[in-house]
Design a protein around this ligand. Sequence first.
Ligand code: MN
Ligand code: MN
Length: 356
Amino acid sequence: MKQTLKNLQQLMHSQSIEYAWITTPDNINYFSGFLSDPHERLTALYVTQDNALLVVPNMEVEDAQKASNLTAYGYSDTEEAFLVAKQNTNFPDNAKLYIEEEHVTVKREKALFKNFKAAQLNAIDQIIKDMRNIKTADEIEILKSAAQFADKALQIGVSHLKEGITEKEVAQHLESEILKIEGISGMSFNTTVLFGDHAASPHGTPGKRELKNDEYVLFDLGVIYNGYCSDITRTIAFGNPPTFHQEIHAIITEANQRAIEGVRPGVKISEIDALARDYITEKGYGDAFPHRLGHGLGITVHEFPDISSANDDTLKPGMCFTIEPGIYLHGEIGVRVEDDILVTEDGYEVLTRYEK
Ligand code: MN
Ligand code: MN
């Protein structure tokens, strides 16, 4: 049984929660190690203070048990999934069931009342969010490896840069090589490779643009390693770009560094955003930095905590997130520098190490 599941059971015990019904694929993966894409079919993790089991479509029973080491009960396409679930759980009539209210549809809510005969449905969303916000020792080890493989992927991409190659070709070389590594199941998102002025769009996609001498190349990529995501951005000089572009690069590198050095437990998240944003504004480019500073990282590439001026929560040891300031000047250049950061007991650790 995963430590995350044991931790959930402990929390359920301390808060007198008896029965939980978890249906978000990411959260089922987080607690059990079983990741599936069930589409419209029901997949659920049922948790009590001293037991846990899965309910999955028949064809997934074997995979689910293997991935989770939990008992999995299957149902066929002609059976009522919720009835099968009720028969295989110890859920008593007229009890309280804790569900993810942000995920359960009205249709499923009705099915839970009808088949489970639940007296009440309560939300467990916040408890799960708070848990995922603080990484366990096991998760931290995997996140460190994922970040190292992001460094490696970046190095592969850089090694393919040459005059005339297209953005898309670089992205394809990089992905096909890194995906050969054992344990890497995919990229965290479609790899971004943008040349020169094309990088001025924060969400540009790699195309047929050919690389010229003396321009910057923006790489934004990440890998999923053992179920955990990394995310790195570097803007790399190919040759000797114009001085003006180098100045923009220097401002962003400094903004990234200032924010990182502010990370330690107890600091407000909004203050970390301000460390980068105020510096960029001071240099005259505040309007050219249109997005939040970063986002949490874990089994999904965008999760809690939200690293923005709107988040006044404080940093806690075990939080893992990105710091990624950027400046985008239309028709000119786009520069972003992104690192994966872990909050430690007395400060921070930078998980991505590629030179800036
Ligand atoms: Mn990124
Ligand atoms: Mn990111």
